[in-house]
Design a protein around this ligand. Structure first.
Ligand code: UN1
Length: 495
């Protein structure tokens, strides 16, 4: 079978990169070559941005309920194609099928939610201080949005950015991660099948350099919405600042599950397994620190470790598999380096810590054993840095105050969890934990799209995605005063 060659989608037409270059897309479980995609350079990106700029002038005038209706249809199409979207996602990035279905479902949820915003998109009005005068605050679209999206949620995250942007009347250039171009392509196909006018969403493929970099340098891009590593996010922010662009960043996490001495340990074990090893630890909300009360640590680990060791690694397409591959060889090497680092720092490797060599068609895959360290001190690098793999560091504490202090003491602040039966402890944690998301008696993953998603400190730059808050990035407040008194009235001036 010949390998398919895919194209960019610019101004309603499929086209190769102007220079004809391509890059390959591989299955991380098997190494299978799935297709070739355009390696876009500056001229391709410029064409995409020009198309989005031109389309903005008509798209912004389409009534928001009509824009929302297109998103409803997208939701319907995604529902109809859920299984094939999920399967192709698993093939290109490895997460197990059940989770790939969840990823698509998150996109469907966002389609319906933002579709509904077509008939809300609420501004507000409040009383004005002068007679015969009104004031209203409206949400205007901003313009062209560059969406730069990661490989770990290859459908969901593009929808988090594109759907609120679109319903608000903006147009889009999407550059998906080079590890997951196919999922983005399938999503964009459905947007057009649902009736999106040409040029409203444009799709360019390619790596950070040169493609993402070219997108950062476009003067006609008004907003950059980026999800990815902290290192790249900082670069995006610096470049955006130079051109005074609006920028929304969703970056790393070093999320912790706290287990107190009164916790339901069986429940905690389920939450830890799901949060730490689900998606092979490759979520920004993944749990990579277990902050456990000394009194229950031994008992908890006695339950957790055998469960970890029985997790089945393999091809995510196989319904019996619990943990899929790491996205690529570079990331696998990074994860393994952190194991060496943890040992060098003096932590105790309890289980895992090795590249897993599977047989048959999986021999070429990037698999890593679920890994657990104990004796981790809060200042160690394995307790501070985002690993983005199946590695969990156990930190021992003696009190709630210490647990909260350890939890808060990282440069990230996305998601935290606390297992306790004590309502006072849960309330104190709610008050004092400084992450954007807190779970009480559940793991660190599983955020729902109708709530704001994002974190404090180095996890981002203060913005939130999803929920009503997600609209703020993609809208400009416009206030309109109408004075029907027929005379000059002066606000704030005493007569
Ligand atoms: C991400 O890891 O980038 O809360 C997103 C969760 C998911 C989304 C994670 N709903 O884990």
């Amino acid at each position: 079978m010949t390998t398919p060659v895919f194209q960019n989608y610019i101004d309603g037409t499929w086209q190769p990169a102007h220079n004809g270059q391509t890059f390959p897309n591989h299955n991380p479980a098997t190494g299978e070559l799935l297709g070739h995609f355009p390696l876009s350079a500056a001229s391709d990106v410029t064409a995409a941005v020009s198309a989005a700029r031109a389309a903005f002038e008509t798209w912004r005038l389409v009534p928001a309920p009509k824009r929302g209706e297109i998103l409803y249809r997208v939701g319907e199409l995604m529902t109809r194609h859920k299984e094939e979207l999920a399967r192709s996602m698993t093939r290109e990035m490895g997460k197990v099928l059940q989770e790939a279905r969840g990823d698509v479902q998150e996109g469907i949820d966002m389609a319906y939610y933002m579709g509904g915003e077509g008939r809300r998109l609420a501004g507000y009005t409040v009383p004005v201080e002068l007679p015969n005068k009104t004031g209203i605050a409206l949400r205007d679209p901003v313009g062209v949005v560059a969406c730069i999206t990661p490989w770990n949620f290859p459908i969901a995250i593009p929808t988090w950015k594109m759907f609120p942007a679109l319903v608000a009347g903006n147009t889009v250039v999407l550059k998906p991660a080079e590890d997951t171009p196919l999922s983005a392509l399938c999503l964009v196909e459905l947007l057009y099948e649902a009736g999106l006018p040409r040029g409203v969403v444009n799709l360019v493929f390619g790596p950070g350099k040169p493609t993402g970099e070219a997108l950062l340098q476009q003067s006609h891009v008004d907003i950059i919405s980026f999800t990815g590593s902290t290192e790249t996010g900082r670069h995006v922010a610096v470049e955006a600042a130079r051109m005074l662009k609006r920028v929304s960043l969703e970056l790393g996490g070093k999320n912790a599950v706290i287990v107190m001495d009164d916790a339901d340990l069986d429940l905690a074990v389920e939450g830890i397994l799901w949060s730490a090893y689900g998606t092979t630890g490759q979520r920004c909300t993944a749990c990579s620190r277990l902050i456990v009360h000394r009194a229950v640590q031994e008992k908890l680990l006695a339950k957790l470790v055998p469960r970890m060791q029985s997790l089945r690694l393999g091809n995510g397409l196989d319904e019996d598999v619990d943990v899929g591959p790491i996205i690529n060889a570079k990331q696998l090497a990074k994860v393994h380096n952190y194991t060496a680092l943890g040992q060098a720092e003096g932590a105790t490797l309890v289980t895992g810590g090795a590249v897993a060599h599977l047989a048959g068609e999986l021999a070429g895959g990037n698999f890593y054993e679920p890994t657990l360290f104990t004796g981790v001190q809060p200042e160690m690098r394995i307790a501070q840095e985002e690993i983005f793999g199946p590695t969990l560091s156990v930190l021992t504490i003696d009190s709630l105050a210490e647990a909260i202090q350890v939890n808060n003491n990282t440069k990230y602040g996305l998601s935290s969890a606390i297992y306790t039966q004590n309502i006072n402890a849960a309330q104190r944690a709610t008050r004092d934990i400084t992450t954007g998301i807190l779970y009480i008696n559940a793991g660190t993953t599983g955020a729902e799209i109708q709530f704001p998603f994002g974190g404090t400190r180095g996890t981002g730059n203060g913005h939130r995605e999803a929920g009503i808050a997600g609209l703020d990035v993609f809208t400009e407040w416009k206030v309109v005063y109408t004075d029907y008194s027929g005379k000059l009235q002066k606000a704030q001036i005493e007569e």
